[in-house]
Design a protein around this ligand. Structure first.
Ligand SMILES: [Zn+2]
Length: 453
């Protein structure tokens, strides 16, 4: 009897524990190391990041959105939208109707951000959940009148350690619990601009520092007991390419400055004509063979960069590694913003946690696919978006997925089985039908007769 009571009691407590751990909402930390070009992973050593990947998943290339700049791409990751749809179409913008200006130093007006709903707002509107941000473009702005419950005003002088301390504190001690959090760091973008990605010596040093920060992040999560239950995504907004003083496009050689206003300069220039648009277009069109010039209505559809008032009437897109200037010398040795089909513009994505497989590698997804995946992990209803959840299914433990090599293997396997079965059936049929003529022959009376007489 005593034994029965003990068994019953232990069964009940186990059941309760099981239920309570099951009802804990999933948590996700989204980390961005700005300007982390995808192939840095192949060309440099990242012991800490490789350990993280070994126990999680890696997407080798993330196809990001055009233009491949910081603010637009960070907003695409958290909304799943192309730039024309979320409205952050550049780091420098001008709205002709309201006459408002936007720049990375003047980005606090919600007007610019309100065309979309970022995931931290959606998460926050869920019952008993809050969001936190140790910086990420837009997290210090009241978008749809909502900031994350915990956030830091952007300042590049705040150390990584302080950002990490804040975000882990909020993940541990908040009520309602923080279930979605972001962490942003300016490197290796700043050094990529300064030295250029082909400066192996300096980039080696900078990327080693970035890897050490990843080591610190993982160590801190483990020490605080957050590691096992927290989903962590490490990704970036764009890559970086080498520029050169021998690859300059000087607009002043082609057109007088008084005939247009330049809203954004390089490598995608946004031009607002002051005189007849066709005249400005015709002069720019023949300016330099290393620059594509588009009237807004002719911007290629693959850029998904047309249907927004903040996109100017003419845009100029420099070829990879070329810099558009106004009669100046080369401003940076490395840059990004170019065509998003260039692999040098792509970042990577790595992820670890209970939602993700362990030791799985995937070739490519789109940056807009990250949003529906994050909504799935957090159990949020996504807003309409340009991403495809199916593209990320192979990364997730709770999804059934089949990739192309596996599909080919299954088809070939099935064909082999079918062929073998068909052969077996034919052989069996032949065997069954063979004895009849022999038996008839053996029984024939004239069998002993010579065949030829
Ligand atoms: Zn940059």
């Amino acid at each position: 009897m005593k034994l029965l009571v003990i068994l019953l009691f232990s069964g009940l407590t186990t059941g309760c524990r099981g239920n309570s751990s099951h009802s804990l909402p999933p948590k996700l930390l989204l980390v961005s190391f700005d300007g982390f070009r995808a192939d840095y992973l192949q060309n440099y050593e990242f012991p800490h990041l490789q350990n993280f990947i070994k126990e999680g998943v890696l997407v080798e290339h993330v196809k990001n959105v055009f233009i491949t700049k910081t603010f637009p791409n960070h907003y695409s990751i958290v909304t799943g939208l192309y730039e024309e749809s979320h409205g952050i179409v550049a780091n420098s913008m001008y709205d002709v109707i309201t006459k408002k200006h936007f720049s990375d130093f003047d980005d606090k007006d919600p007007f610019w951000w309100n065309e979309a709903v970022p995931i931290w707002v959606t998460n926050q509107l869920q019952e008993n959940r809050s969001s936190a941000a140790a910086m990420w473009p837009g997290t210090d702005v009241p978008i749809h009148n909502t900031t994350p419950s915990y956030f830091m005003n952007y300042s590049s002088s705040v150390s990584f350690e302080e950002r990490l301390n804040n975000i882990t504190m909020w993940l541990m001690n908040s009520n309602p619990p923080v279930t979605f959090a972001t962490l942003y760091w300016e490197e290796p973008d700043a050094s990529g601009h300064k030295y250029g990605p082909e400066d192996k010596e300096n980039m080696y040093r900078v990327l080693k520092e970035v890897d050490n920060l990843i080591g610190e992040l993982v160590h801190k999560l483990k020490v605080l007991g957050l590691w096992e239950n927290l989903n962590v995504i490490i990704t970036s907004d764009h890559g970086m390419t080498q520029c050169s003083k021998d690859r300059l496009i000087n607009l002043d050689l082609c057109i007088d400055r008084s005939s247009y206003t330049l809203i954004d300069l390089t490598p995608v220039a946004a031009v607002l004509p002051k005189i007849n648009t066709t005249e400005v277009y015709n002069r720019l069109k023949v300016c330099n063979p290393h620059m594509n010039v588009y009237l807004k209505e002719d911007i290629p559809a693959r850029f998904h960069y047309q249907h927004n008032d903040r996109i100017q009437p003419i845009i100029l897109v420099a070829d990879e590694g070329w810099t558009i200037v106004l009669n100046k010398s080369l401003p940076k040795l490395g840059d990004h913003g170019y065509d998003n089909s260039l692999s040098s513009m792509h970042p990577f994505l790595a992820a670890h946690g209970p939602a993700f497989h362990k030791g799985y590698k995937h070739s490519t997804i789109n940056s807009v696919d990250i949003y529906p995946m994050m909504c799935h992990i957090l159990g949020l209803q996504p807003h309409p978006n340009n991403g495809t959840f199916g593209h990320t299914k192979c990364l997730l433990v709770d999804q059934w997925c089949i990739n192309l090599p596996e599909a080919i293997g299954i088809v070939i396997g099935a064909l082999l089985v079918l062929t073998t079965l068909t052969c077996l059936i034919i052989i069996m049929q032949n065997r069954l039908s063979v004895p009849r003529p022999f038996s008839r022959l053996q029984l024939q009376e004239d069998d002993d007769d010579p065949l030829i007489e």
